[in-house]
Design a protein. Structure first.
Length: 376
């Protein structure tokens, strides 16, 4: 099990600390850095500990930033792996690898070491998260997807982008700008990964691990994904993602249309795309009427036209689900966090991640060829 953070947040050195940290500042930088979370020393905090003023940064969850790579490309990763298999002697070790080199190396080693499901989940969070919020979200995601035997996920790559910490509507515009900037970081990760595949499997010395990578975007995190897709050229896209799950997506309902030139590329990138919506989503209702010039949101209204890609794109209506896990006023009124608050939504997501045929997933009824409703 491993949980990584991909972030284009500012790097700072907090007073009294010996290691660099990600900042809570609300602006992005051009480059991203990678950190690995340390759950070996993690202890569940008490309620009193959570309330303390020092319940920030590494006091929430310890993590270590990877060094920058000594050189670009993944030939060194191939050399280290060949050396470990006894194919070619080298003085290079994993300690010589940095950034995405180290992360891809570790993931490949772990995912290749088992015949069981050892999938990776790339998760993009939504609106109004500072870095401390992100660390708490990572802990929740690990419990939900890694520790849960119903889930095939063993590793998480958490995409950290500098959303504002305030829920005041005016900050939404800052978050839109940050999400667009952060999309370029995600695009670079995609290109780095495709380059890794080309470099590592250029010979027959190493075999693919045959595990799966999934991508999940919640709320305004879909704007990060959209920004990445804007920049991707169709001829350069490889189908390296199994399931894409779009949760309560705060992007226009026209996003799959060719005129948007973004989500229409998802069928080239993934085996299956699932749009989870809630027609009572209050957060997206506010977004539509106060910030997006009355443009219906994908996560509330569903896509405008996906006729030509309905074989790959499914719409899952979560309007009638029960919030039986988290039932505070925030979740009951917002109807925006079903993946956290409802066991019915979680059960549907787990079956999706396992790749079960969409017509055979339990707990939902079929409305037509590609539209389903989750029911109790």
């Amino acid at each position: 099990m491993a949980v990584y953070i991909l972030s284009n947040r500012k790097i700072v050195r907090h007073k009294g600390e010996k290691a660099d940290s990600f900042s809570n500042d609300e602006y992005s930088i051009p480059n991203f850095r990678i950190a690995k979370c340390d759950f070996d020393t993690y202890k569940e905090p008490t309620a009193a500990t959570r309330k303390k003023k020092d319940s920030t940064n590494r006091n929430i969850l310890n993590y270590k930033l990877f060094s920058e790579p000594e050189k670009q490309g993944y030939e060194d990763v191939l050399e280290v792996l060949r050396n470990e298999k006894g194919i070619k002697t080298s003085t290079l070790t994993a300690n010589n690898l940095g950034g995405t080199q180290r992360m891809f190396y570790e993931l490949y080693k772990n995912m290749s070491s088992t015949k069981e499901r050892s999938d990776v989940l790339i998760f993009i969070h939504g609106y109004a998260y500072d870095f401390d919020d992100e660390l708490r979200a990572i802990i929740d995601l690990k419990k939900l997807f890694v520790d849960n035997p119903a889930s095939p996920i063993e590793h998480i790559l958490f995409v950290s982008w500098p959303a504002s910490s305030s829920i005041i509507p005016l900050t939404y515009f800052d978050d839109k700008a940050s999400s667009i900037n952060s999309g370029s970081s995600l695009m670079r990760l995609f290109y780095f990964y495709t380059q890794f595949l080309k470099d590592i499997f250029s010979t027959r010395d190493l075999a693919p691990c045959n595990q799966r990578i999934h991508l999940m975007a919640h709320s305004l995190g879909n704007r990060v994904l959209q920004s990445m897709l804007y920049s991707l050229k169709k001829e350069n896209i490889l189908r390296v993602i199994d399931q894409v799950l779009l949760l309560n997506a705060d992007v226009t309902y026209k996003v799959f249309e060719d005129s948007e030139d973004s989500y229409n590329k998802l069928p080239l990138l993934a085996n299956r795309i699932s749009v989870y919506l809630n027609r009572k989503d209050t957060v997206l209702g506010i977004s539509q009427f106060t910030k997006n010039i009355l443009t219906p949101r994908l996560g509330k209204n569903g896509p405008s036209d996906i006729e030509r890609m309905k074989d790959l794109v499914s719409i899952i209506d979560c309007t009638f689900v029960e919030d039986d896990i988290l039932s505070s006023l925030k979740y009951q009124i917002g109807n925006h966090w079903g993946y956290l608050s409802s066991s019915m939504v979680q059960n549907d997501i787990f079956q999706n991640l396992h790749g079960i045929d969409r017509n055979l997933i339990t707990g939902r009824i079929k409305n037509n060829e590609n539209i389903f409703t989750i029911i109790s």
